[in-house]
Ligand binder design. Structure first.
Ligand SMILES: CC(C)[C@H](C(=O)O)[C@@H](O)C(=O)O
Ligand code: SF4
Length: 417
C-alpha cells in the first residue's frame, strides 16, 4: 500500500519503512514552537513532569506575538514571565518580529519533511513547504519539549486537486474558502489535507501559506502542499541547508478526493460566524461594513499587501470605513516601506500597525464594537473573535478587502474600480 506525503514524513520521523492510517507511533520532533498565549503554562507542566532539563532547548522557539507589544498590564506581566522562564530553560525567544507563522518559514526554520509542533492551531501553515506541522494542546507540546518526541495517530487524508488557471482577482484565500465550503468545519477532522495538481503552478508561495494556514478550519490535523519549483525558489532564499521534497506514492489512499477548478473559481467570502459559511462574494455584494482588516498569519505577507496597495493606490478609503493594515512580520513591513506600499495605504486613509497578531483574535490594534461589521483577511470569524460578541466578521482575500474598503460595502473587485 502506498503512502501519502504525511505518512512518508511520519514514517521517517518514527524510523519505520512505512506507517498505516490509525497506527499510533512515537515520532521524533524537529522543532517545537510555543507562543506567548500558552507558554506561561509550560514551566509548571515541566515541573510536574519532573523535567529539569528539556531534551533539546535549542529546538524550542518561544514567539511573543499575540499580545505584542503588550496591550495591557496583565499581558505585560505575562510576557515578562515568559521571557524570564524561557531564557532559564535555554529556549530561543523571538519577540516583536511578527506573527509566528509568518516569521518561522522566512527565518529558515521550515523544510520539507521536517516535523514541527506548535502550541498554536495555525501551526498547520508550514505544510505549505512540505513539512508535517500541527498545533497541539500545551500538555502535549510540553511533553514534546521535555522528551523530543511524541505519540501520534497516523491520520488518513483528503486530496485536494487544483486544476485550471485562476483569474487575476483570485488568491489562495479564495481557494481555501472554497474548499472549506465544500468539506465543512468538521470535514477534515484529524485528517491530512494534501494539496496537489497542475493548478498549483499559478499559486505563489504566499498563496500556499494561506491555503495551508486555514486547513485547521476544516479540522485538519495537518496540510501538506505538493512541492515544486516555486517551493524550491522560496526555500533556496531562506534555507542554509539542503532539502529534499516529499512526494506521495501513486497508489496512496485517500478518504476523499475533491477538485477545485481555478479557472471557474470566483472570489469567495465566509459569512458570520464560521469559516465554512462560504458563498461567492457576488451573493452578498452591497453588505455594509464598518471596518476592513488586512493582516494576520493568513494574509499578512508581502504579496497580500502588494495586491491591496495596487487597488488602493491613488484612491481614498470610504469615509465610513476604518481600514487597518497589519503586516505579518518586520520583514514584510520593511519590504512594504521600501516598495512604497505604506505610503499608498496611509495616503488612502488606512491605518498601518506594527507586525503582530493584532485584532485577528480580538487582542488589540483595531478590535470591533457592538453591532459593527468587519471584513477581515484573517482565518476565523467566530462570535466575538475580533472584539464585541455583538459584532460580525466576514472573511475574504486582501483583494476583496481592499476593493470593499473603497466602496464601504462588500464588493467584488473589478479592474477600474
Ligand atoms: C490564541 C491561540 C491559542 C490561538 C490558536 O491556537 O490558534 C490563536 O492564535 C488563534 O488564531 O485563535
Ligand atoms: S495572526 Fe491570528 S490566526 Fe494567526 S496566530 Fe495570530 S491570532 Fe492566531
Amino acid at each position: 500500500m502506498g503512502m501519502t506525503m504525511t505518512q512518508k514524513i511520519l514514517a521517517k520521523a518514527c524510523g519505520m519503512e512505512s506507517v498505516k492510517v490509525g497506527e499510533i507511533q512515537e515520532i521524533d520532533v524537529d522543532l517545537v514552537m510555543v507562543t506567548d498565549v500558552m507558554f506561561p503554562l509550560v514551566p509548571d507542566i515541566l515541573e510536574s513532569m519532573n523535567c529539569k532539563k528539556p531534551h533539546s532547548p535549542e529546538d524550542v522557539l518561544v514567539v511573543i506575538d499575540h499580545y505584542a507589544p503588550a496591550p495591557n498590564i496583565s499581558s505585560a506581566n505575562q510576557n515578562k514571565y515568559t521571557r524570564e522562564h524561557a531564557k532559564r530553560y535555554g529556549f530561543n525567544v523571538i519577540e516583536n518580529q511578527g506573527v509566528c507563522h509568518t516569521i518561522l518559514p522566512d527565518m529558515g526554520y521550515v523544510s520539507p519533511g521536517s516535523v514541527i509542533l506548535g502550541s498554536d492551531s495555525h501551526t498547520v501553515t508550514y505544510g505549505a513547504l512540505g513539512a508535517f506541522s500541527s498545533g497541539l494542546g500545551t500538555t502535549d507540546i510540553t511533553a514534546a519539549i521535555a522528551t523530543g518526541h511524541l505519540w501520534m495517530k497516523i491520520p488518513s487524508a483528503i486530496k485536494v486537486v487544483l486544476t485550471g488557471k485562476p483569474g487575476d482577482n483570485i488568491q489562495g484565500k479564495d481557494v481555501i474558502l472554497n474548499v472549506l465550503g465544500q468539506i465543512s468545519a468538521e470535514g477534515a477532522r484529524y485528517k491530512s489535507i494534501e494539496v496537489v495538481g497542475e493548478g498549483l503552478k499559478h499559486l505563489g508561495i504566499d498563496d500556499r501559506f494561506t491555503i495551508a494556514n486555514m486547513a485547521i478550519e476544516g479540522g485538519a490535523k495537518n496540510c501538506v502542499i505538493e512541492q515544486d519549483e516555486i517551493t524550491r525558489e522560496y526555500l533556496e532564499g531562506v534555507l542554509k541547508k539542503d532539502f529534499k521534497f516529499v512526494t506521495a506514492d501513486d497508489d496512496a489512499e485517500y478518504d476523499e478526493i475533491i477538485e477545485v477548478n481555478l479557472s471557474e473559481l470566483t472570489p469567495q467570502v465566509a459569512k458570520p460566524s464560521s469559516p465554512d459559511n462560504v458563498v461567492p462574494v457576488s451573493e452578498i455584494v452591497g453588505t455594509k461594513i464598518d471596518q476592513v482588516y488586512i493582516g494576520s498569519c493568513t494574509n499578512g505577507r508581502i504579496s497580500d499587501l502588494r495586491k491591496a496597495a495596487k487597488i488602493l493606490e491613488g484612491k481614498k478609503v470610504h469615509e465610513d470605513v476604518r481600514v487597518f493594515i497589519t503586516p505579518g512580520s518586520q520583514e514584510v513591513y520593511m519590504k512594504a516601506v521600501e516598495e512604497g506600499l505604506m505610503k499608498i495605504f496611509i495616503d488612502a486613509g488606512a491605518f498601518v500597525n506594527g507586525p503582530s497578531c493584532g485584532a485577528c483574535f480580538g487582542g488589540h490594534f483595531g478590535i470591533i464594537g457592538d453591532g459593527e461589521v468587519c471584513l477581515s483577511t484573517t482565518n476565523r470569524n467566530f462570535v466575538g473573535r475580533m472584539g464585541s460578541k455583538k459584532g460580525l466578521v466576514y472573511l475574504s482575500s486582501p483583494i476583496t478587502a481592499a476593493a470593499s474598503a473603497l466602496t464601504g460595502v462588500i464588493t467584488e473587485y473589478q479592474e477600474g474600480l
